[in-house]
Design a protein. Structure first.
Ligand SMILES: [Zn+2]
Length: 434
């Protein structure tokens, strides 16, 4: 794994035997960090390396059993012979060596009154690749075990809200699918397949995004790769949206205009959007070039994918018509535009630099509006699936299976592109370390 040297084992949490507790110093105080996350500073006479984070190793390493046995010996009656004291000391020394590994194996709960393990560091301790604008603390250290990053699901850090917003939405989608299964015959009804695909595509992008935000801190190599996967999920969702709108929401007049090009073009733009996003992440060039690579293909894809809905809203005879699906469609458009506005504006953290380490980042707001967009979209599509069958069935008699192939093509081409960019990342990081 390039860029991922093996990190320190869990010993920094549970600890190898360290200096006596009385000689250690606690507390960080350097830089901004969220409440409840203190980083111990090294002893004044200690070495420059390992870095301060790993000075936490050994905080848990004091052999309590040795202390207890030592206390027993200390208060032993003076008339006792010397050999029990010597034997107790030997036993205590043996236990002091065994205890840390026993703790490591059984992961026993921490003793009460002890400081919490260090899960976050400030941004001076991670490479600039990981820096978020206006966010100076709450970063997770690199090169820990995978288990460490999974455990941070339940810790406060500057990606926690991004993880949970999409994780909870993915779970909500599974519940929604369970409700769909009661009323929709996904196996027997050929017109139900696009409905299944939009649910699957939504679940894919939400779960890959949650995974990316949770695990990207592992190393530079994995940071790139998890966000490439995130972009694959977005491309899959883009094509799923295009398919659902084209299949259920479209008006016959717009269908007649675009039927030959709509889905192939949607598949191409989804792939282009994935490629542009991956390339923007790879080149790491903030500014007009990077934004053009990522945002122009995404905007084009959205313009095409939402066009059946916009056309339907425009030609709707009465804005107050009794069509709940149209109301949900309007909501999904508004939520998407709000999400897009927050995507790269870095608002509100721009207005409160250093105050949005855990909550209040623009990307979190973007996630919330995107989830609301997806939920509104699913309700709209479900209502269209039920109510518009007389309209969409005649439209889709000739090309019933083409969309499945295009869906797989979108997935395959996006995964392949992400893989190729991953190889370029490996080469770039190799050159950096040589
Ligand atoms: Zn995100």
């Amino acid at each position: 794994m390039t860029g991922g040297t093996p990190g320190p084992p869990w010993s920094w949490v549970w600890g190898a035997p360290g200096p006596p507790r009385a000689t250690r110093r606690r507390g960080g105080g350097r830089g901004e960090r969220p409440a409840g996350h203190s980083r111990p500073t090294p002893p004044a006479s200690g070495p420059a390396h390992p870095p301060p984070l790993y000075q936490a190793a050994g905080r848990w390493g004091t052999p309590r059993a040795a202390v207890r046995v030592g206390l027993l010996c200390r208060f032993a009656p003076p008339q006792l012979p010397a050999w029990p004291t010597a034997m107790a000391t030997v036993v205590a020394q043996r236990l002091s060596h065994l205890l840390p590994s026993w703790r490591q194996a059984h992961q026993e709960p921490q003793p009460s009154g002890q400081p919490e393990p260090v899960f976050t560091v400030d941004r001076t301790q991670v490479p600039p690749l990981f820096w978020k604008p206006y966010v100076y603390a709450g970063y997770r250290p690199l090169h820990q075990t995978w288990r460490f990053y999974f455990r941070t699901l339940f810790q406060q850090h500057n990606e926690a809200v991004n993880v949970w917003t999409h994780l909870l939405a993915a779970l909500a989608l599974l519940l929604r699918l369970a409700i769909f299964v009661r009323s929709v015959d996904f196996w027997g009804d050929p017109h139900a397949l696009p409905l299944f695909l939009i649910v699957l595509a939504s679940f894919t992008y939400l779960s890959l995004s949650a995974l990316a935000h949770l695990l990207q801190a592992k190393s530079e190599f994995w940071h790139y790769n998890f966000f490439f996967l995130d972009y694959v999920g977005v491309a899959v969702y883009q094509f799923g949206s295009a398919l659902a709108h084209f299949y259920y929401a479209i008006e016959p007049a717009w269908h007649a205009q675009v039927q030959t090009v709509f889905l192939p073009l949607a598949a191409f733009l989804a792939w282009l959007s994935c490629t542009g996003s991956c390339y923007n992440k790879y080149i790491q060039k903030p500014g007009l070039l990077g934004r053009t690579c990522q945002e122009v293909p995404s905007a084009l894809a959205y313009a095409l994918d939402i066009s059946p809905v916009v056309h339907r809203i425009l030609v709707s005879p009465d804005p107050t018509t009794d069509d709940p699906a149209l109301l949900y469609h309007k909501c999904q458009v508004v939520f998407f535009l709000l999400a897009a506005a927050f995507f790269s504006a870095f608002v509100p953290e721009r207005w409160f630099p250093g105050s949005c380490h855990i909550f209040g980042q623009g990307h979190q707001v973007f996630h919330v509006f995107l989830v609301l967009c997806t939920l509104a979209q699913l309700e709209a599509v479900a209502l269209d699936f039920e109510a518009r069958r007389p309209i969409y069935e005649p439209l889709h008699t000739r090309w019933p299976h083409n969309f499945s192939g295009l869906f797989l093509l979108t997935v395959g081409s996006s995964v392949l592109t992400a893989f190729l960019l991953s190889q370029l990342v490996r080469r770039k990081l190799d050159q950096k370390t040589q």
